[in-house]
Design a protein around this ligand. Structure first.
Ligand code: ZN
Ligand code: ZN
Ligand code: ZN
Length: 286
């Protein structure tokens, strides 16, 4: 290809006889210059324009003219560029593929996201409704709970009051029982006292009866005093008859005192009536 391009160029240094007399590049005569043949374009060039060498087919380091060298370099660069372009093309295709794949994935993901968003929204609204229902239920339970607590508190108070009143009742009962016991003991003591008093009264009655029995007294008096006593007794006082009856005269101290007083009065009366009291031996015994 290079050869054809070069051949097409009207730079050939061939003279009319077809001999290479001048440098193909600088057109200087070979009269005083060494002539080189470029193995790539087969043109004759001077030393100045054939300083480089390149491998050609199976041969190494073949002389090459500057034009062919530039062509070679250009071709190399072109090939390199084409290779690079090809690589870029491939990369671009890969990128396009990747891009379309990513776009597809993007659409899929977006669709998925939309679906998920919709699901989330649905779930959220559902859960909101559920939460509201649960809140309402919770409120009801709370109010029930407070009612129950109130009931529990009242019941507890009632129980406490009942327990307290039970305690009071049992306390009262035991107090009443104690009081009854005291009363019973007092009653026993009173009974004993009464019995003792009755015995004492009997004794006193007996003694008084013995002392104040007018017949008994009369026996102890002289005939004069006895007569006077009988006279006084018959005339006046019912003391002896009272004395005869211990159930009347010994019932209480007052009556006893009055009886004794009556007897004293009787004695005074007798003394007044006697001109000489105590005559006949002074036998007044009361
Ligand atoms: Zn030259
Ligand atoms: Zn050449
Ligand atoms: Zn007498």
């Amino acid at each position: 290809m290079n050869k054809q391009e070069i051949q097409e160029e009207p730079r050939l240094s061939l003279d009319e006889s077809g001999q290479n007399k001048k440098c193909y590049i600088c057109a200087k005569s070979f009269n005083f210059r060494k002539k080189h043949i470029c193995r790539f374009c087969q043109n004759a060039v001077c030393s100045e324009h054939c300083q480089k060498s390149r491998p050609l087919e199976n041969l190494e380091s073949q002389p090459i003219c500057d034009l062919c060298f530039q062509e070679e370099i250009r071709a190399e660069l072109r090939a390199e560029s084409q290779n690079h372009i090809k690589n870029l093309d491939e990369e671009f295709k890969d990128m396009q593929n990747t891009n379309s794949r990513l776009e597809r994935e993007h659409f899929e993901k977006t669709a998925q996201i939309n679906r998920l968003e919709f699901e989330i929204e649905t779930a959220s609204s559902t859960s909101n409704t559920e939460i509201e229902a649960l809140n309402t239920e919770l409120d009801v339970l709370k109010s029930q709970n407070s009612t129950l607590q109130e009931l529990y508190r009242k019941t507890k108070e009632k129980l406490f009051i009942i327990k307290e009143s039970e305690g009071n009742a049992s306390e009262n009962l035991s107090r009443v029982q104690e009081e009854l016991e005291v009363l019973r003991r007092q009653s026993e003591i009173l009974k004993e006292t009464k019995e003792g008093l009755i015995v004492q009264l009997d004794k006193i009655n007996g003694k008084l009866k013995g002392c104040l029995n007018i017949e008994h007294v009369n026996k102890l008096l002289c005939p004069t005093c006895s007569f006077k006593l009988k006279e006084a007794a018959g005339r006046r006082i019912d003391a002896p008859s009272i004395l005869e009856n211990p159930s009347i005269c010994m019932s209480v101290d007052d009556e006893r005192e009055s009886i004794i007083q009556s007897v004293r009065d009787m004695k005074d009366e007798l003394t007044k009536q006697s001109s000489r009291p105590g005559e006949g031996g002074g036998c007044w015994i009361i």
